[in-house]
Design a protein around this ligand. Structure first.
Ligand code: CP
Length: 306
């Protein structure tokens, strides 16, 4: 049995096969509409979500399977003190596969150690969000045609933004990737990512506080919101939350074929006047999330369609 806890749990070949399958499902969804008949997905969400939970549920329903689960810790026996380990032991009787979001880093890993079904990390604290990474990779591959040779700018809260951490880990596996890390000083990418990943692999990157200067260099701009829920004090959040706002005027500085991605939800960091720009692909990205999660469910359940 295999779990997806970190974006690196899939080998480059497995990842490539998974993205190919997602593209095939996107092209011919009807071919896959019954392949998970009789299978159940449990969504165990201890933290709020719109896209991840509902795209997982849509994915399983699109495959002909069923879904069950809870959408907040308060509505589960976690509110009475039940551990993740006990919860997953029980859920292993009720479902064939599970997606878990938890505010504590490492909780889905703990669950995987006690589960007898595949566990998918649907976001753990400020750590990782591997299925968002799969969504991001499918978006870039589908719309750019390739994943290598790209200069990727990450902008916003690079300290707490788990989608950023996961995508950096995934993108370093493609040749000639460069990063421009755009954030306030207080919200820079954690040191461990630079020391354990970027520096040892000699990945070119620069850190800056200036979005306007960075924009002309980028093939991909990955905007993120400042993660209010991970701040220890509200004053810091209020001071930093509107540091970067991408608007129509700033988009004039970008390449004609730059893509703007955002994992969503958006707060203020992308002005709505950017939404009609053909380079703004964050809603398409949310749609790709369903297809890549369909491919992931099939892969982890070992289901194939001839
Ligand atoms: N991108 C993402 O994780 O969105 P949700 O928090 O709505 O699931």
């Amino acid at each position: 049995m295999k779990h997806l806890i970190s974006p690196l749990d899939l080998s480059p070949d497995e990842l490539s096969d998974l993205l190919d399958l997602a593209q095939e499902i996107y092209s011919s969804p009807e071919k896959y509409s019954h392949c998970c008949a009789g299978k159940k997905l449990a969504t165990l969400f201890y933290e709020p979500s719109t896209r991840t939970r509902l795209s997982f549920e849509a994915a399983m329903l699109n495959l002909g399977g069923s879904v069950l689960g809870f959408s907040s810790a308060d509505s589960s026996s976690a509110a009475k003190g039940e551990s993740v380990a006990d919860t997953i032991r029980v859920m292993s009787f009720y479902a064939d596969i599970c997606a878990m979001r938890h505010p504590k880093e490492g909780a889905p890993l703990v669950a995987s150690m006690h589960a007898s079904i595949p566990v998918i990390n649907a976001g753990d604290g400020g750590h990782n969000h591997p299925t968002q990474t799969l969504t991001d990779l499918l978006t870039i591959k589908s719309l750019k045609g390739h994943l290598d040779g790209l200069t990727v700018g990450f902008c916003g809260d690079l300290k707490f933004g788990r989608t950023v951490h996961s995508l950096i880990h995934a993108m370093v596996r493609y040749p000639n990737t460069k990063f421009v890390l755009i954030s306030p000083k207080e919200l820079q990418v954690p040191a461990y990512i630079k020391e354990e990943t970027l520096d040892p692999l000699n990945i070119p990157y620069e850190e800056t506080t200036n979005l306007e200067e960075a924009l002309p260099k980028l093939d991909i701009l990955y905007m993120t919101r400042v993660q209010k829920e991970r701040f220890f004090n509200e004053e810091d959040y209020i001071r930093l939350k509107d540091t970067f706002i991408l608007d129509k005027q700033k988009m004039q500085l970008a390449k004609e074929d730059m893509l703007v991605l955002h994992p969503l939800p958006r707060v203020n960091e992308i002005s709505t006047d950017v939404d009609d720009d053909p380079r703004a692909v964050y809603f398409k990205q949310a749609n790709f999330g369903v297809y890549v999660r369909m491919a992931l469910i099939m892969t982890l359940l070992g289901i194939t369609v001839d």
